[in-house]
Design a protein around this ligand. Structure first.
Ligand code: NAD
Ligand code: MG
Length: 386
């Protein structure tokens, strides 16, 4: 009988994908990479496939399929390309768990499909819960699949909640590094460019989440994600700026006790905790030395300079498709910002203008999320052009 868990790594060439493969390679007795996917980095995908020998490898860009086959056909590895293949790969019979580490809205369709197929999910792609958290929860309630958070804050909260009664939680305190603009003036932030925003003080991540961290929209997304994961009301979830990024989040209970999870900023730990279904692996690369951190500080976030943070509460109060629209507008804004077409100060107005112009559906079905995502992107592109 097989002893190891077979994993589909969606977004295998990215920051989370590569760190997931580190853990799989260190624990061959526990894990196998059975499916690997990537958007366009075909050479990195080939290198990973040669090392891990998965059953199936998929590249998003169809014109790169020839190159993939050239290297992997001789090894007997099945190859495919395109968005349909990226979604359908989770049907593969040899998968026990799907780790979702693609960027943005692209995470939704394969996650929905994997849950319908009863596969467990290790969720890095937070946008899935942001866009369609209620829908994902309703699918989970009818499926045998379980979902484990990879995001460090949500992993920290899950670790703090182990053995506790969720009804005795009075607040979730989600920590934020504050990003590269924590100490900047509003005037300087308004004209900041991508090169400024890409200098994250604590975490080395993909470009999109690094920009989301600089606007604090990432923290807004994490508040929405926490609401859907743990069933806690928006007013009981708060962001706290903690520049040292050692406390990964905290849970406050009715009796006043506060539990926190601490550790060096390193995603290997939360990824391993999710792959292990909330169990601990031996051999962390880096252990926390408290003498290196004699001072831990906590601040209120500045909502005037970081208005994107407030979008979490708007999204949770309005419900429906508001968060789907925010996500779509943000994806358009972040791409334009990374291309140098807009300055930092335009990101929030672009999202709020898109919200004013996009339809709202209060009880969305899956097809409504698809439609609103498209409509919001079109509206955001129009606003950009004018
Ligand atoms: P990344 O840009 O480093 O990697 C993204 C991966 O997804 C790559 O393999 C890329 O080829 C693939 N990809 C991108 N767009 C795709 C598409 N449309 N279809 C299919 N594949 C696509 O990103 P990352 O930093 O690893 O982040 C991945 C996800 O994990 C994001 O949702 C992010 O918010 C979340 N996350 C990341 C971190 C982190 O430390 N990097 C922490 C918490 C959560
Ligand atoms: Mg996080």
């Amino acid at each position: 009988m097989k002893e190891y868990k077979r994993i589909a790594v969606l977004g295998a060439t990215g920051s989370i994908g590569r760190q997931t493969l580190d853990i799989i390679s260190e624990h061959p007795e526990r894990y196998r990479a059975t499916v690997l996917t990537a958007g366009s980095r075909v050479e990195d995908l080939i290198t990973a496939a040669k090392k891990f020998r998965p059953s199936l490898v998929i590249i998003g860009k169809e014109e790169l399929l020839g190159r993939l086959k050239e290297e992997l056909d001789p090894l007997g590895i099945e190859c495919a390309a395109g968005s349909k293949a990226l979604e359908e790969c989770v049907d593969h019979p040899e998968i026990d768990m799907v780790l979702t580490a693609t960027v943005g809205y692209s995470g939704l369709a394969p996650t929905v499909r994997a849950i319908k197929n009863g596969k467990d999910i290790a969720l890095a792609n937070k946008e899935t819960l942001v866009v369609a958290g209620n829908y994902i929860n309703s699918l989970l309630s009818e499926s045998k699949s379980r979902l484990y958070p990879v995001d460090s804050e949500h992993s920290a909260i899950a670790q703090c909640l182990a053995g506790e009664d969720i009804n005795s939680v009075s607040r979730l305190l989600i920590t934020a590094s504050g990003g590269p603009f924590r100490t900047w003036t509003a005037e300087a932030m308004a004209v900041a460019e991508a090169k400024d925003a890409l200098k994250h003080p604590k975490w080395n991540m993909g470009a999109k989440i690094t920009i989301d961290s600089s606007t604090l929209l990432n923290k807004a997304f994490e508040i929405i994600e926490a609401h859907h994961l743990f069933g806690i009301k928006a007013e009981k979830i708060k962001a706290v700026v903690h520049p040292q990024s050692i406390v990964h989040s905290m849970v406050e209970f009715d009796d006043g006790a506060v539990k926190a999870q601490l550790g060096v900023p390193d995603m290997h730990l939360p990824i391993a905790y999710a792959l292990g279904e909330s169990s601990r692996l031996k051999g962390a690369e880096r252990k926390l030395s408290l003498k290196d951190y004699s001072t831990l500080t906590f601040e209120e976030p500045d909502i005037q300079r970081f208005p994107c943070l407030g979008l979490a509460y708007r999204a949770l109060h309005e419900g429906g498709t508001t968060a789907c629209t925010i996500n779509a507008a943000n994806e358009v804004a972040v791409s334009a910002f990374l291309r140098g077409e807009i300055r930092f100060g335009r990101i929030y107005p672009l999202i709020s203008e898109t919200l004013e112009r996009t339809s709202f559906i209060s009880n969305p079905e899956y097809s409504d999320y698809v439609a609103i995502n498209e409509e919001a992107r079109k509206k955001a592109e129009e606003i950009l052009r004018n």
